[in-house]
Design a protein around this ligand. Structure first.
Ligand SMILES: *Cc1c(COP(=O)(O)O)cnc(C)c1O
Length: 366
């Protein structure tokens, strides 16, 4: 039986996609083997890779002067790869809004001396406990920076923000970690110099990292950058400078097709908004639960919440698990609970969680 899986990542995938993978696993389209047993340079996989890129370009309206890359190493490798390709002996601005942007900042800070460049903290909401995005007047942006790095959805702290106009106004290319909300809503790709996302949150299985990058930014990587980490070299080789993660790309392509069948990202955004509103409404209405993120920046994808009576945590996790609502334990950095409600989480899953929240509160509130 399938459960409702609220894991932050690797995370739930659309059931029809899993069923298709299962059907095709022994004999993909009549070739007598699976797609993951054939050459990545042969016609079968090449066609799937091309289809995946075309679908992603269509879903996000990605302009032609942007490369779409399917890489490895996760979003964590991008923390380094971005700096190696884009810093160019200059200075980069980092805005810290939670655990992931902080990691990206620290990795760039560590590498900057070797890259002959500098990294600056251009804004941080750490003082607020990462419960909001910075206001424009709190930012200290360098108009000559090589790029400014943001994480537009903080998976651990549950902060989402896309009001980047103040940053865009500087003309500095924006680099965005969108690992946990890419494809959950329409975005204006033109507002970004580079977008990256590990697939295992909202896109597919672990193993592939999507990079969308404006081509004029990638022609001058740091001289020590390994070839597989050079965006321009990967772009020139259709992301196949070496063997790509064929299984992950194959499944991501099926997820893209599933998303098309849902009506695309604008249609899924409507569902995502409704799912998030229902869940936050329950958390806000019931005194037992609390979400501290300021309302305009509450993530539609990752909903951290706490029980005001923390002595009930174990019981909450035990009972929710028994009810088929899985992996609600929060990240150890923030404690409490977290429900990740990505594209593939059916609305019935959120409805079941909301009903459980009410039921548990009724039984455990004095
Ligand atoms: C999960 C996550 C990462 C790290 O991804 P890996 O693929 O494990 O390297 C980075 N940024 C965000 C926003 C994430 O959610």
């Amino acid at each position: 039986m399938r459960v409702f899986n609220f894991s932050a990542g690797p995370a739930t995938l659309p059931q029809p996609v899993l069923e298709q993978v299962q059907r095709e696993l022994l004999d993909w389209h009549g070739i007598g083997s699976s797609l993951i047993e054939v050459s990545h340079r042969g016609p079968h996989f090449s066609a799937v890779r091309d289809e995946a890129e075309a679908r992603l370009r269509q879903l996000l309206a990605i302009p032609d002067d942007y490369a779409v890359l399917f890489l490895q190493g996760g979003a964590t490798l991008q923390f380094a790869q971005v700096a190696m390709n884009l810093l160019r002996g200059g200075s980069a601005d980092y805005i810290v809004t939670g655990a992931w942007s902080q990691k990206a900042y620290r990795e760039a800070l560590r590498l900057a001396p070797a890259l002959g460049g500098k990294v600056r903290l251009a804004g941080s909401t750490e003082e607020s406990g990462f419960t909001r995005a910075p206001r424009a007047d709190e930012l200290d942006l360098d108009p000559n920076a090589s790029y400014v790095h943001v994480c537009t959805n903080e998976t651990i702290h549950g902060v989402e923000w896309l009001d980047l106009d103040a940053i865009a106004a500087t003309g500095v290319p924006i680099v965005a970690d969108m690992s946990s909300h890419l494809l959950s809503r329409p975005i204006d790709v033109r507002q970004f110099g580079l977008i990256y996302a590990g697939a295992q949150k909202n896109v597919g299985p672990a193993g592939v990292t999507i990079v969308i990058v404006r081509r004029d930014l990638i022609n001058d990587p740091w001289v020590g950058t390994p070839s597989v980490m050079q965006y321009a070299a990967q772009d020139a080789n259709q992301s196949m400078l070496n063997t790509p993660p064929t299984f992950a790309i194959y499944v991501a392509n099926l997820v893209f097709a599933w998303l098309e069948a849902q009506g695309g990202v604008a249609a899924i955004e409507t569902v995502n908004r409704r799912k998030a509103e229902k869940l936050y409404a329950a958390i806000d209405a019931l005194p037992l639960y609390e979400n501290r993120v300021e309302v305009p920046w509450r993530s539609r994808m990752n909903v951290p919440f706490r029980l005001r009576d923390e002595s009930l945590n174990e019981r909450f996790l035990h009972e929710s698990d028994a009810a088929g609502l899985k992996y609600l334990k929060g990240h150890k950095m923030v404690g409490g609970m977290r429900a990740s409600i990505y594209n593939a989480m059916p609305e019935e899953g959120v409805d079941a969680l909301v009903a459980f929240l009410h039921d548990f509160a009724a039984r455990h509130t004095a």
